[in-house]
Structure formats: structure tokens, C-alpha cells
Design a protein around this ligand. Structure first.
Ligand SMILES: [Zn+2]
Length: 289
């Protein structure tokens, strides 16, 4: 039993560095989605999380202004900035800069593949420069979109390494490991000290079926053996099962120290998260655990 197992390890901190608002059945409100998100964080004994808004207005998962409002009074939730460079230009980049300066966002995300843009699109240069100047990690969506393998032309790791070379102090987080081609992703990116990986989506049934569980596990272990700071725990909660992702990391044959790095320490260092190191029992009263 996963919950029972986590109860025993209640001193283990978990940060989910990649999640979204859940999409509830109609009629729904953002506030209801937020309440569900917090309820599930507590059920899964996750201490902190980074909420990633959509880069489209009126999205079911909320855009940056909506999510900014939702996380305002929730110290266990941090926020990521997002941008659609096709429609949002200089004015939005100025707003993102304000959010960075006021420490209202801890990272940035772009969605090549969801958007028909390449990471090397010159319109993204001011965003990369802004992130690099502020040591704000840039998360890049990669891999198949459900039912749309052709989306990978836009987020191929070979274009991401070009960005890593042009911005050597920009810390890049590859989301979803370019599934199902995780071996290829590892081969192209592993020599870049400024490229990191989050685990979001990797325990999803569709991803495992297309990629192979052994392959995913092997690529995570290879990455960790070279640099244990390079893997960040994320789940794509809202679309994917968080308990499955927790279990995937629990089952990796790694030391307690490396596991602790994946579950929270690496995210704290990478995103500069101002977290309090409390066991979950102290953050959430026993009555709601
Ligand atoms: Zn996601």
C-alpha cells in the first residue's frame, strides 16, 4: 500500500515540480480545481509544488494571471511563468520580468510541439536572456503529444542543445524526456551541464507503453549516475497519476540520498525555492492526512 509506505517515511519531503490545475467536470470553477489540487497534495503527502499555467487565455488549466491569483495565499504552491511567443511579445516579457523581480514566479516554461515553434526561434531570445540573467530555469515541453507523434519535430533535443550552447548559464529542464525516444534524448543532451530533466509523465500508462518501463528506468539511472542533481521530481498531475510517479521513484535502485535529491533537494536548489524543511506531519495536521 503506497499510502501506508509513505506514512512510515513521513519525514520524507516531496516537491512536485511539474503539475497543473486538474480539469473537473462541468460546471466547474478555478477555485474548485484549486481545492481539489490541495486536497490531492495532502492525500499524496506532497509538501510543495510548482503550478504550471497554460500559455493560452481562457484555458481549462488557467493562464498565468488566473494561477497567480490562485496561489497568492498558498505558501506550499509556487508558480511558473509561461509564454506563447507567437502571440505574446515584448509587453508580456516585461510582465514576466516584473513577476521574476517580485519573486512571484520560480521558473519559465515554453511548449514547443503544443505550439508550432522551435526552441531556437529567435523570438525566444529575450526570454532566454531574461531567464539566464535571473538564474530562472527554463522548462521545455518535449515528446509525443497524445495521438500526435509529429509534434516532436518542434521539440527535438538537438534543437534544445543549441539553446544550451548559446546560453551556457541558462538552466534548462527537459520535461517528459522526449518520450518515447528517451535513449536518443539522453545521448544528445547528457554532456550538457546546464540541461536537467523532470520526471513528469514518465509513469503514465501511455508513455510506458510507447517507451518501455525498463528503458525509462535505465535512462534515469544513467543520468543519475553521471550527475544525481539532474533529475527533478514532477508528475504532470492534473493529467497523470501522482502515486504512480512516486512509486516509480521509490522503486529505483538508488541510495536514500539520491532519492531525496530527486524528491525535493534538487528542485529547491534549481528553482531556489524558499521551503521550510518540515516533515509532512507538521505541515498537514493528522486529521487531514
Ligand atoms: Zn505538464
Amino acid at each position: 500500500m503506497l499510502i501506508g509506505f509513505l506514512d512510515v517515511k513521513s519525514d520524507l519531503m516531496i516537491i512536485d515540480a511539474h503539475l497543473h490545475l486538474p480539469v473537473l467536470p462541468e460546471p466547474r470553477s478555478y477555485e474548485q480545481a484549486m481545492a481539489k489540487l490541495l486536497e490531492d497534495l495532502r492525500a499524496d503527502q506532497v509538501n510543495y509544488a510548482i503550478l504550471i499555467p497554460d500559455n493560452l487565455p481562457n484555458s481549462e488549466i488557467g493562464d498565468v494571471p488566473v494561477c497567480l491569483r490562485l496561489v497568492r495565499d498558498t505558501p506550499e504552491l509556487f508558480l511558473m511563468g509561461t509564454i506563447d511567443i507567437q502571440t505574446q511579445g515584448q509587453e508580456w516579457i516585461k510582465e514576466l520580468e516584473r513577476l521574476i523581480t517580485q519573486r512571484l514566479i520560480v521558473g519559465m516554461k515554453i511548449f514547443p510541439g503544443h505550439d508550432p515553434i522551435y526552441p531556437t526561434d529567435p523570438r525566444l531570445d529575450p526570454v532566454y536572456a531574461l531567464c539566464q540573467a535571473n538564474d530562472l530555469p527554463m522548462v521545455i515541453h518535449t515528446g509525443w503529444n497524445s495521438g500526435h507523434p509529429e509534434a516532436t519535430q518542434y521539440n527535438d533535443p538537438k534543437t534544445i542543445v543549441q539553446v544550451a550552447e548559446r546560453y551556457p548559464r541558462l538552466r534548462i529542464v527537459i520535461a517528459h524526456f522526449f518520450w518515447p525516444e528517451v535513449d536518443y534524448c539522453y545521448a544528445v543532451t547528457h554532456n550538457y551541464p546546464n540541461i536537467y530533466f523532470d520526471t513528469s509523465g514518465l509513469a503514465d500508462g501511455e508513455v510506458i507503453q510507447a517507451t518501455g518501463f525498463e528503458k525509462i528506468q535505465a535512462v534515469l539511472l544513467k543520468t543519475l549516475s553521471e550527475n544525481p542533481k539532474k533529475v527533478i521530481f514532477g508528475t504532470d498531475y492534473g493529467m497523470c497519476s501522482r502515486p504512480d510517479h512516486i512509486q516509480m521513484i521509490q522503486r529505483l535502485p538508488i541510495s536514500a540520498e539520491v532519492r531525496e535529491g530527486i524528491f525535493w533537494r534538487n528542485a529547491v536548489e534549481l528553482f531556489h525555492l524558499p521551503v521550510t524543511l518540515l516533515p509532512t506531519t507538521q505541515i498537514y495536521p493528522a486529521s487531514i492526512r
